[in-house]
Write a protein of this length. Structure first.
Length: 276
């Protein structure tokens, strides 16, 4: 039944998001769904962002939003106390003070078909993609993706293509591929742990973020190209997918819901070159 011209509740929005990226796809260590707020608060304005930061809260306040929907959870580790000297506690207090709920879709959105990793694979032009680490045999859900480039390329062309696709001028790369690259694996966000699986499945190049030094050395030894393309850059594009999904669902449900993307959100990292 359509809720014609009605405001959805926080719980309504969570239910729709979980219909796309089910809660049981989240990793055991993760924290998805409601982070702070009241499930039955009505929602007229929603802000969508990758991270929940003081800047996100300020934007939500300026926009008079009722909810923030993020990829990264606000509460990631259990809190022993609400000490307002700590950033997370301060943010929780700020959101509660202004009755703004926060909802996060994290590794469930990484894993699901059409989620974070599929968005990244599409941006890099991969075809015939499958989960790098399937949730279960034959599943189309799972962490990472592996696929084929439409045309094999030398790494001298592959790296600029990544830079252009993600809008990231500075990439860190290790290892080197002999000949052209055709089979590529990826994992949005921090993905060093999936590098062995990428190698096992025959990837010539692996694109992820927060690549460990030991993984870079292993890539050198194996003749595999590994690319650290940035945590923010490999995940931020999914914000547009969240907006599109909720826009479609809102229209179908007849909700009176305004969606706003935190467009000025940026990576916390800056890069310096002392030689220039």
């Amino acid at each position: 039944m359509h809720k014609k011209d009605m405001l959805p509740t926080v719980d309504d929005i969570i239910s729709e998001l979980f219909s796309w990226a089910p809660e049981d796809l989240a990793e055991e260590w993760d924290n998805v769904g409601l982070q702070v707020g009241y499930p039955f608060w009505p929602v007229k304005k929603a802000v969508i962002a990758l991270d929940v930061t003081p800047q996100t809260l300020a934007f939500a306040l300026e926009a008079k939003a009722d909810i923030v929907i993020s990829h990264h959870p606000l509460i990631f580790r259990p809190l022993k106390k609400l000490d307002l000297n700590q950033t997370t506690a301060r943010l929780l207090a700020g959101f509660l003070r202004h009755e703004i709920s926060v909802v996060s879709m994290h590794t469930n959105l990484d894993s699901v078909l059409g989620g974070v990793n599929d968005r990244l694979a599409s941006m890099l032009g991969l075809q015939d993609t499958k989960p790098l680490l399937p949730r279960e045999p034959g599943s189309d859900a799972g962490l990472g993706r592996i696929g084929i480039l439409p045309e094999p390329v030398f790494q001298e062309d592959f790296l600029p293509n990544i830079s252009s696709a993600l809008g990231k001028a500075c990439l860190a790369a290790a290892g080197s591929v002999q000949g052209k690259i055709s089979r590529v694996a990826l994992c949005s966000g921090s993905g060093s742990g999936l590098f062995p699986e990428a190698v096992r499945k025959g990837a010539q190049a692996y694109v992820s973020a927060e690549i460990k030094h030991s993984v870079a050395r292993e890539a050198e030894a194996l003749g595999v190209l590994v690319v650290d393309a940035g945590h923010f850059e490999t995940e931020r594009p999914v914000v547009a997918d969240i907006e599109e999904f909720l826009s479609n669902r809102s229209r179908e449900m007849g909700w009176e819901l305004e969606l706003m993307v935190f467009e000025s959100e940026r990576s916390p990292f800056r890069f310096y070159n002392e030689l220039t």
